[in-house]
Design a binder for this molecule. Structure first.
Ligand code: ZN
Length: 222
């Protein structure tokens, strides 16, 4: 090893340090005191899909119109009429709003990739089947108390006594439950998506039990 090589080796090794002393690095960002915490995430920017909002509004308006104008309240006692109109309008309004929003969301494109599939998923598939099952239970339990002469509380007797419109209503309600899951799925709220379905099923089971008890208890609700 020549002396010159050794000199160059020393200069090269010391160089960066000398250079750093001569030209101090620009100030680096101060170390965070709690370095073990993950770096703060930028707040997610809330974006509003106006097509979905429009779909929700249009669906809710159409539903409210069906619930208040499309049903016959003639057979309802006059003192009960406005309450039934209000409940039917709200029920169909919510169903229409959720269906309209989900349809608009679906039509607005495939959306960002999601961590699981919507229909064929180990949680969603049984939950969707459960929503369908409680809707069937609602149909059979409503028929049960109607056959025993008890009055419908939420909608009207004339509607639930007609097979086709009542089945159409039950299918719409089940579709609204699945649509709510879908909206939460598209928004990235996958836990809430499943909890909403579980709540829908739980509510449906409680409601069906109340319906089956209705002829014995005499009141439509618990
Ligand atoms: Zn999901």
């Amino acid at each position: 090893m020549s002396r010159r090589f050794l000199l160059w080796a020393v200069v090269l090794a010391a160089g960066p340090g000398l250079a750093a002393q001569a030209h101090p690095q620009p100030a680096s960002p101060p170390a965070r005191p709690l370095a073990f915490l993950p770096p703060p995430k930028a707040a997610p920017v809330a974006t509003i899909n106006w097509l979905t909002v429009t779909g929700a509004a249009a669906g809710a308006a159409a539903g409210a119109l069906i619930g208040t104008r499309g049903l016959s309240f003639a057979a309802v006692a006059p003192s009960q009429r406005s309450a039934h109109e209000w409940r039917a309008g709200a029920t169909y309004g919510v169903i229409g709003g959720v269906l309209g929003a989900a349809l608009a969301e679906r039509l607005s494109g495939p959306g960002p990739p999601q961590p699981h599939r919507f229909w064929l998923d180990r949680w969603n598939t049984p939950l969707i089947a459960g929503i369908g099952a409680v809707q069937v239970l609602d149909y059979t339990s409503t028929r049960y108390f109607r056959d025993r002469g008890k009055d419908e509380w939420l909608l009207t007797n004339s509607l639930v006594d007609k097979r086709a419109p009542f089945i159409a209503t039950e299918i719409s309600a089940a579709a609204a439950g699945v649509s709510l899951m879908y909206l939460l799925h598209r928004a990235g709220h996958h836990k809430l998506e499943r909890w909403a379905a579980a709540a829908y099923i739980a509510f449906g089971v409680v409601s069906a039990i109340a319906n089956y008890r209705y002829p014995a208890t005499g009141h439509a609700l618990f």
